[in-house]
Design a protein around this ligand. Structure first.
Ligand code: ADP
Ligand code: ZN
Length: 613
């Protein structure tokens, strides 16, 4: 089929776009609003595109760039991102370059000349360079196809990626009013969206908003008991040999976890802002260019990491908010293949985060906001229904149970926690709200410790009343009560627990409390085989053949000094391993293989297959 018909029945102007998608990119069909966006921009319209990471934003400006006359100018905040994009385009045979501070003067001159001669289709450039008089002058001498403003949320002063130069990008519209502009971001929230429109003078732009759901990411939250062991079970189990990121709160913990994993034979590397620049760059380079590296990092790592085949993102500590969590986990599975977001959390996190807010010197108003954000995050962690629904609800989207999170997959039981909760609350109350969790649990378990007897707490009616749960069970209940706001952490140095006003009806027996039994899953090694979703993604792929294909890809990539994924994604290699094409025609039929890559690599990979037969 060579033409498609648009919704209104007319022969759409999308045909050439679809042809490019197939011939250059090797993809069969557009996804979601891609076709509509491309059509709009090709015709000269402005667009604001809000799509999650991995949603396929790049083709929304790249294909219009190829279809319109002149050179497209892509503004992007990070050199690494630009270089990846340009390498990927060049692999497909597209005339793309980027101007950045890493280039010599001569190299820059060559690029400028190609641009003047109309030989360049896409030019990536950092905002500060774009806005120099020299560059603006250069732009006036050439024909510009469009301006694309990637990572457009960098214009928002309230976001964490704020780039002051982005604000000045509205100048583009004033100086080149006839050139269409397309701004793109994966940041969903309403305020940022409004800010982008206003600051980039895109009030009249067509807005394309897609769901922020990342259906290929499986969300899993476990109760932490032995964090490192739980993590190791994940990495040696279903994520064996895969690339992943492990986030920790502190630099010290990063070093410790990375060393611990390494000692157990996992190729783990540390990354945090306290390391020297060269070592950090080396570790990042290995993560991008080798297969199966586990990066243990603080949140200093990730911005601008475009690696599409990160298979898991693990959090050993609670992230700072749902927004942060969504952004951090969003780095998994950009290629659309199954990926996992795994979070381990425990009582200590809740105590610490609650305390940090109370002790901060934020204004009361900001504290209210911070508490609300933390509550939302804890509600996600303690959810009794679908995790994805909780996340999307927070982002303002309604959805149905997803079937791809721990709760949907292993619903577990909910149990009536009313009575134990009453006991725990009452133990806090009766000990004067002056003690931490450990002491309160001692009282409930009837441990006549020195402290318990000194304060006469062995005389209390709640003493020894807590036989129904073990210590871990009581801790877990305390955490849930803290998360849900029945308990709070007093503003003192001992993390003593206070009973919140909200607990009154529960204590009086006027309400019931249903909780979900926490999973302390250590990760199941055989899940790959049993899990239909994962099994489908791996298909009947022969692991040895897959590795042989990977090795060939690695050689080809290192010879050209590009990351392996700009040659082929893992998903493409998997398809090759599964279909085992015998000739170039069959090879071209594989998703992700366009004409140029067929020419460049077809023979190479057919050779690997032939040797394997
Ligand atoms: P984003 O910039 O939104 O994070 P990308 O543009 O990098 O996403 O695309 C994410 C992945 O989806 C890439 O691997 C890309 O090749 C793939 N992709 C994009 N559009 C399509 C499509 N129409 N069909 C198949 N794969 C696509
Ligand atoms: Zn779910």
């Amino acid at each position: 089929m060579s033409a498609i018909v648009s919704g209104d029945g007319t022969q759409a102007a999308i045909d050439p776009a679809l042809e490019i998608l197939r011939r250059v990119y090797g993809h069969d069909a557009f996804r979601g609003p891609q076709a509509a966006i491309i059509d709009h921009v090709v015709k000269g319209g402005d667009a604001l595109v809000l799509m999650p990471t991995g949603g396929g934003k790049s083709v929304c400006y790249q294909i219009p760039a190829l279809l319109r006359d002149g050179v497209a100018i892509i503004v992007s905040p990070l050199i690494a991102l630009m270089q990846d994009q340009v390498a990927a385009l060049q692999q497909m045979g597209v005339a793309a370059e980027c101007l950045n501070s890493a280039l010599s003067l001569d190299e820059m001159r060559v690029i400028e000349n190609r641009m003047r001669q109309g030989k360049l289709k896409l030019l990536y450039v950092a905002p500060e360079r774009l806005l120099t008089p020299f560059f603006l002058n250069l732009l006036r001498q050439v024909r510009i196809a469009l301006f694309a403003i990637d990572e457009a949320h960098c214009v928002s002063q309230w976001g964490h990626d704020f780039r002051p130069e982005y604000i000045q990008l509205s100048a583009l519209h004033e100086q080149f009013p006839a050139v269409p502009r397309i701004a793109l971001t994966a940041t969903a929230d309403r305020e940022t969206r409004a800010e982008i429109r206003e600051r980039l003078a895109l009030e009249d732009a067509e807005v394309y908003l897609t769901s922020f759901d990342r259906p290929n990411i499986r969300y899993r939250v476990v109760e932490r008991n032995d964090a490192k062991k739980q993590l190791l079970a994940l990495i040696e189990g279903e994520q064996k040999g895969e690339a992943g990121i492990v986030y920790c709160q502190s630099r010290k913990r990063v070093d410790e976890v990375a060393a611990w994993l390494s000692a157990r034979g996992i190729p783990a590397l540390p990354y945090h802002a306290g390391m020297d620049q060269a070592q950090r760059a080396r570790n990042q380079h290995r993560f991008l260019n080798e297969d199966g590296i586990v990066m243990v990092a603080t949140i200093a790592f990730g911005m601008g990491i475009d690696k599409p085949d990160v298979r898991f993102v693990a959090h050993l500590d609670l992230p700072s908010s749902i927004e942060a969590y969504y952004q951090e986990t969003g780095r998994a599975g950009r290629d659309g293949a199954p990926a996992e977001a795994w979070l381990a959390f425990g009582l200590q996190d809740v105590v610490l985060l609650r305390r940090r807010i109370e002790e901060s010197d934020l204004t009361e108003q900001r504290k209210v906001v911070s508490r609300r954000k933390l509550d939302a995050l804890l509600a996600f962690c303690e959810a009794t229904d679908c995790r994805r629904m909780a996340l999307l609800r927070y982002l303002g989207e309604d959805s149905q149970p997803c079937g791809n999170c721990d709760i949907c997959l292993e619903p577990g039981e909910t149990w009536d926690a009313t009575l134990p909760a009453q006991k725990l609350l009452s133990a806090c109350w009766r000990t004067g709200q002056r003690f931490g969790v450990a002491h309160v649990i001692d009282v409930l378990k009837g441990n006549a410790t020195e402290k318990v007897t000194r304060f006469g707490h062995d005389q209390l009616p709640v003493f020894g009343l807590g036989s129904e749960l073990d210590v871990q069970g009581w801790k877990s209940l305390a955490r849930q009560l803290l998360s849900l706001g029945y308990l709070f952490v007093q503003n003192d140095e001992f993390n003593t627990l206070g009973v919140a006003e909200q607990a009154r009806p529960l204590l009086k027996g006027e309400t019931q409390l249903m909780l979900r039994r926490p999973t302390v899953s250590l990760g199941r090694r055989d899940r790959r085989r049993k899990d239909p979703l994962l099994a489908a993604s791996l298909g009947d792929v022969d692991a040895k053949l897959f590795e042989a294909l990977r090795a060939r890809r690695r050689d080809l990539a290192s010879a050209q000094k590009v990351p392996p994924y700009v040659i082929f994604h893992d998903a493409t290699l998997r398809e090759i391993a599964q279909r085992r094409p015998q000739d170039l025609d069959a090879f071209l039929a594989i998703p992700g293989i366009g004409e140029r890559k067929l020419k460049r690599y077809g023979a190479d990979f057919l050779e690997v297959l032939a040797a394997y037969r």
